[in-house]
Design a protein around this ligand. Structure first.
Ligand SMILES: [Zn+2]
Length: 429
């Protein structure tokens, strides 16, 4: 009984609390409403005052005049598949202007526009159609095209940022992998890719690299007035200290043939690459293994490289495409005949490289397709085979003939160039 009384008391108190909350809420509500009302009134007063002021009549005049202005400016963002012609048509520009501008930019090779870049258009409205006053758009990192109407036609100008060539030397010690250690010291991604390609014949980036290995790269950059790198040029020299030995490569051009050579004047390029793909992991080597789909032991007659779908696959050597189509369990498949001895083959591609078809001649490094998982495959990877006289061999163990060694006149010129590069290197380090 006693407990019931207490509960009752608390129940009563609870209602009292509810009431109190309601009262406070109501008071707050009326207060806020009255504040808002007075605020609106104040604003109205201000606005009336503003309308009567000289300032407003000036603004009114300005807006009115501009609304009537025949000149209009647009900042158009380029969409996929846009052309200068299409963009001007979208803005209802007179056909005569479109034809004249389109023909001139094509002739001057200034018609390449890229999606997501901006086109600034100023037009003048004239009896239902628009006439171009001026037009400007960006065609690359350093060039803007400016088109202005002149008396009879259009004046087309190419405005290029003034860039200065600056050679730099960057080096680092590898902690995790080459890419992150190169990014750490500010090397541009395209230079890193080229660097990796240069050493791709000698260094297996998956297995040879140890923490503590070193690299150095000497290359050209192009900087603007604010010292910002706008573009990169060629790699002049690069070296890697890996597997306890140093390999230095020099950029050398002779008789219009350029390449990278070691200190002895030996070309770095070999007939075939061991790894025709960048950034892949060797996931299954040549030899006996339990087949992941068939389930029984079978000789794996190639090398598998695991990589994300879409990773480019390169021709591991120059040659002629023998086949570029679906082939048995290989899925989308490409094979290349390099010479009378060697053929390489690539399986499970998601798609083929541009222009890759039977009979086409390809150079080493050309993108022939992209990693996928077509055919008999459990996940995205490249299945790579090297056939020597028709017999599949272990690509990772093959001893291939090295590139040529410079001799005579070429060798003499190389020695001179190499010393010059060494001197510059010592200066820039
Ligand atoms: Zn395989």
């Amino acid at each position: 009984m006693h407990t019931a009384k207490i509960t009752n008391f608390f129940m009563k108190k609870k209602y009292l609390l509810y009431f109190l909350f309601l009262a406070i809420f109501f008071l707050l509500y009326t207060f806020i409403i009255s504040q808002i009302k007075s605020h609106i009134k104040l604003k109205e007063n201000n606005f009336n005052y503003f309308l009567e002021s000289d300032e407003f009549s000036n603004i009114k005049k300005y807006i009115f005049e501009n609304l009537n202005s025949p000149y209009k400016e647009f900042n158009y963002i380029v969409q996929n598949n846009d052309t200068i012609e299409k963009i001007l048509k979208k803005h209802n520009v007179a056909d005569a202007d479109i034809n004249s501008i389109a023909a001139s930019v094509v002739k001057k090779k200034l018609s390449n526009i890229f999606s997501k870049t901006k086109v600034k258009i100023i037009i003048k409205e004239e009896s239902e159609v628009n006439k171009i006053v001026s037009l400007s758009y960006v065609i690359n990192a350093i060039t803007t095209v400016e088109i202005k109407r002149i008396k009879d036609g259009f004046d087309i100008n190419e405005i290029t940022l003034k860039l200065e060539k600056k050679e730099i030397v960057l080096s680092n010690t590898i902690k995790n992998n080459l890419y992150s250690s190169a990014v750490e010291v500010g090397i541009e991604p395209n230079i890193i890719v080229e660097f990796a390609n240069m050493f791709g014949f000698e260094v297996d980036f998956q297995r040879d690299i140890r923490s503590g290995d070193k690299f150095e790269v000497y290359y050209e950059t192009y900087i603007d007035e604010d010292s910002i790198v706008r573009n990169t040029g060629k790699i002049i020299y690069a070296s890697m200290f890996v597997n306890n030995k140093e390999l230095s490569l020099y950029n050398f051009k002779f008789d219009n043939v350029k390449g990278y050579y070691d200190v002895d004047g030996k070309s770095v390029i070999k007939t075939l690459m061991k790894t025709p793909i960048n950034g892949a992991r060797l996931s299954s080597s040549f030899g006996m293994r339990k087949h992941p789909i068939l389930g029984y032991n079978k000789l794996h007659q190639g090398t598998d490289f695991a990589a994300p779908t879409g990773t480019p696959i390169m021709a591991s050597g120059s040659g002629v495409i023998l086949r570029a189509q679906k082939y048995k369990g290989y899925g989308n498949y490409v094979s290349i005949k390099h010479n009378s001895t060697y053929v390489t083959a690539y399986g499970h591609m998601s798609k083929y490289g541009r222009g890759i078809k039977k009979g086409v001649r390809v150079n080493q490094g050309r993108i022939i397709g992209y990693v996928g998982s077509t055919g008999m495959s459990t996940g995205p990877h490249l299945h790579y085979e090297v056939l020597k006289n028709g017999k599949r061999i272990n690509s990772q163990r093959m001893k291939l003939p090295s590139g040529k060694i410079l001799s005579n006149e070429a060798r003499n010129k190389f020695e001179v160039d190499r010393i010059k590069i060494d001197v510059k290197l010592a200066e820039l380090r």
